[in-house]
Design a protein around this ligand. Structure first.
Ligand code: GLA
Length: 387
């Protein structure tokens, strides 16, 4: 993280609140290497934390008021801790204040904690599918856990962030993004079992193999609080119920022929995506661990994208173009990342091919009349921390 954001956050806090903060905490956005729409099906995911972070400066108060401000909007939102419920929250403050509220859902006693001033800054692009929202939630969750001495572990803090997102923001998302943001480690991906919440760090070995992950942010904005995301989730639940399973985690590739007989075409294809995607996560982890290394996961990334495009139907023309063009220009593999309906794709690229892939994608977007994408390399980075 550049020291600039930390300096800017500290300065923003001091200018606004007229005193020094107690401290600064930060949390990263994430890229999901593979395992999409598997988290809320109790399946497997393999995201990593990136070198784009949200920073929160926190000051304790001697009353019960929480004030929150950010560089996202020119306003200071103020609320008493005693009045804080999800129903009074909306817009960007629902992320940080939703976290404050969500602590009480995990056994934290907030009846005597002091109020707070919070100032938030971030260099995680908004609405790009890189989990800017989980970065805010994770930074705030870690900060409050420290200043209020609540003693929750990081796995529980991820659930606090998810609860804020589900209830205060109203997006029915899974546990992947907050887990990546809180559990990430430099040069590693987080292999998470979303049923048990057990996680393991898997070395990516990108630098040694002279590889990089290129993010192609299409600029197509999306929101998971409305529309397609919730519909996909509902289709998965319907499919699992029709197959007599408590979740799609319990359906395997070998069960797919039976699923095809029982389910309507659309529900079957939604189920097939999740079931095959779970297997692709397991295969990717095995390849990375077996010494095949990241250079050998290209086909799995490509297959994941096809499955999201054709079976889960969450891609958009800009994402498909980014993926196809990157692979044609020499990327080892590419796929859209995150919840879909916009946002970013990732491409696994040899260092020597990076500029060729970037130029090819820029040109293709120009030829199709799409707005220019923002392309940049990301590095697997450490999770949330006090800075
Ligand atoms: C969004 C959600 C995650 C996950 C992904 C899709 O990022 O926040 O919980 O469901 O979409 O894999």
């Amino acid at each position: 993280m550049s020291t600039d954001i930390r300096d800017d956050t500290r300065a923003g806090f001091t200018d606004l609140f007229g005193r020094e903060p107690e401290g600064l905490w930060s949390a990263p956005g994430r890229v999901n290497l593979i395992g999409e729409h598997t988290d809320y099906n109790e399946g497997f995911v393999l995201p990593f934390a990136i070198d784009r972070r949200t920073v929160v400066a926190v000051g304790l108060r001697d009353d019960r008021v929480v004030r929150v401000a950010s560089t996202i909007a020119d306003e200071v939102v103020e609320i008493s801790l005693s009045d804080l419920t999800p129903s009074v929250l909306s817009g960007w403050p629902a992320y940080p204040l939703g976290v404050v509220w969500a602590f009480s859902e995990f056994g934290a006693d907030l009846s005597a904690v002091p109020g707070l001033d919070l100032f938030i800054d971030s260099d995680v692009p908004l609405g790009a599918g890189l989990s800017s929202s989980a970065a805010i939630e994770s930074a705030v969750a870690l900060a409050l856990n420290d200043v209020w001495r609540l003693g929750l572990d990081r796995r529980t803090l991820a659930r606090v962030g998810q609860r804020a997102e589900n209830v205060a923001v109203g997006a029915p998302t899974g546990i992947m993004d907050q887990s990546a943001s809180l559990l990430g480690q430099v040069d590693h991906a987080v292999f998470l079992d979303c049923r048990s919440l057990e996680s393991e760090l898997v070395p990516l070995g990108l630098a040694e193999a002279e590889l990089a992950i290129l993010v192609i942010d299409t600029g197509v904005k999306h929101s998971h609080a409305t529309g397609g995301y919730g519909e996909r989730r509902a289709a998965c639940e319907r499919g699992a119920a029709a197959l007599g399973a408590s979740s799609l985690r319990d359906v395997t590739v070998a069960d797919l022929p039976r699923a095809q007989e029982l389910l309507d075409d659309v529900t079957f294809r939604r189920v097939r995506h999740v079931v095959t995607e779970n297997q692709r996560v397991l295969d990717t982890v095995e390849v990375l661990r077996s010494g095949g290394g990241a250079v050998a996961i290209g086909d799995l990334l490509d297959a994941s994208h096809r499955s999201m495009r054709d079976d889960f139907e969450i891609s958009v023309p800009e994402l498909d173009l980014a993926v196809e063009t990157a692979v044609q220009a020499g990327a080892i593999g590419a796929r859209m990342t995150g919840g879909g309906f916009g946002g970013a794709a990732i491409a696994l690229v040899r260092l020597g091919d990076l500029s060729r892939v970037q130029v090819a994608v820029d040109n293709a977007f120009g030829e199709h009349g799409f707005g220019q994408p923002d392309t940049f390399v990301v590095f697997a980075s450490d999770g949330a921390a006090r800075n």
